[in-house]
Design a protein around this ligand. Structure first.
Ligand SMILES: [Zn+2]
Length: 299
């Protein structure tokens, strides 16, 4: 699932390329992606992009006073189609050898289908894809992004320069809920998901299963610093990375997330998996849990 650093880089690339350009074609191949049935994306035909922004993990293409808000959901993403795809700026089709500098792409599945395609007056073609078994991509056409429930509910964003310790404490302190879940709760803190919550907790040396309410002052200090540093650092690291490369760049940058069995870059210990109900995490026992091994869901 794309989280705020990847969506921010996506928004910035789309903003640079599309701002000032008019929408000349809309092809919605999966009608379930349109969440505003009375205002389909086709209603924006002829309008010019005036800017592209991010709200939490959602993308906002402004067309003057109207907005096309895109929720990428669990497996949604964007890619350039048309001539850009022909030039190889999209992932290589399955079966083609991966470039030598991208070993992670070796076992890459076939490119996901484009569910929505937008064409612009400079011949740019933007495709929104969904790699999931069920459609999680969603599009809204609204006058105010806050008309989208997922935007309206967003809590403060740690990437916002105005994000304060008070904002953080308001979201976290006293919560009788596992801290990993609190970090991922969009109503509490905007933009963080499964991957960056693992990274934040590792950087803060906090266990993923501890309840937020039981964190002492030192742990809260570390968690605040790690939240801001991890998210702002990742945003700055992803800036300028082509959208076709963002996913592999994110995966390569993870220190514990997705790295069970590998070595902790901080202490040299072994990273472990934790799973309970719908929660999964990777963590370092010696850095985060006083060497306690957390349970794995029976499978
Ligand atoms: Zn460690």
């Amino acid at each position: 699932m794309p989280e705020s650093p990847e969506v921010q880089a996506l928004a910035e690339e789309l903003g640079v390329r599309l701002t000032g350009h008019a929408l000349t074609g809309v092809d919605v191949l999966e009608f379930r992606t349109t969440k505003t049935r009375a205002r389909a994306p086709e209603s924006l035909m002829g309008e010019r992009v005036t800017g592209v922004a991010r709200h939490g993990k959602l993308l906002d293409l402004a067309f003057g006073a109207q907005h096309l808000v895109v929720s990428l959901g669990r497996h949604g993403w964007a890619r350039w189609g048309g001539a850009d795809a022909a030039r190889g700026e999209s992932p290589a089709p399955a079966g083609e050898p991966a470039p030598a500098d991208a070993p992670a792409a070796k076992d890459a599945p076939a490119p996901p289908p484009a569910l929505v395609t937008l064409a612009f007056d400079d011949a740019s073609i933007l495709e929104f894809t969904d790699a999931g078994d069920w459609v999680s991509l969603g599009l809204w056409v609204v006058d105010d992004p806050a008309e989208v429930p997922a935007v309206a509910k967003l809590g403060p964003d740690p990437a916002d320069p105005a994000f304060s310790r008070e904002d953080f404490d308001g979201a976290v302190v006293g919560r009788r809920k596992q801290v990993k879940a609190v970090l991922q709760e969009q109503e509490s803190l905007a933009g963080i998901g499964n991957a960056y919550s693992d990274e934040i907790l590792h950087a803060a040396k906090v266990s993923p299963v501890v309840h937020a309410a039981s964190l002492d002052a030192d742990a809260l200090d570390r968690l605040f610093d790690a939240t801001v540093a991890t998210i702002t650092g990742a945003i700055s690291d992803r800036r300028g990375v082509a959208i076709a490369k963002l996913k592999e760049t994110k995966v390569a940058a993870m220190r514990v997330h997705g790295r069970a069995g590998e070595t902790c870059p901080v202490c040299g210990g072994t990273i472990h998996d934790f799973s309970f109900a719908s929660t999964t995490a990777q963590y370092c026992p010696s850095c985060q849990t006083g060497d306690a091994i957390l349970p794995l869901r029976a499978s």
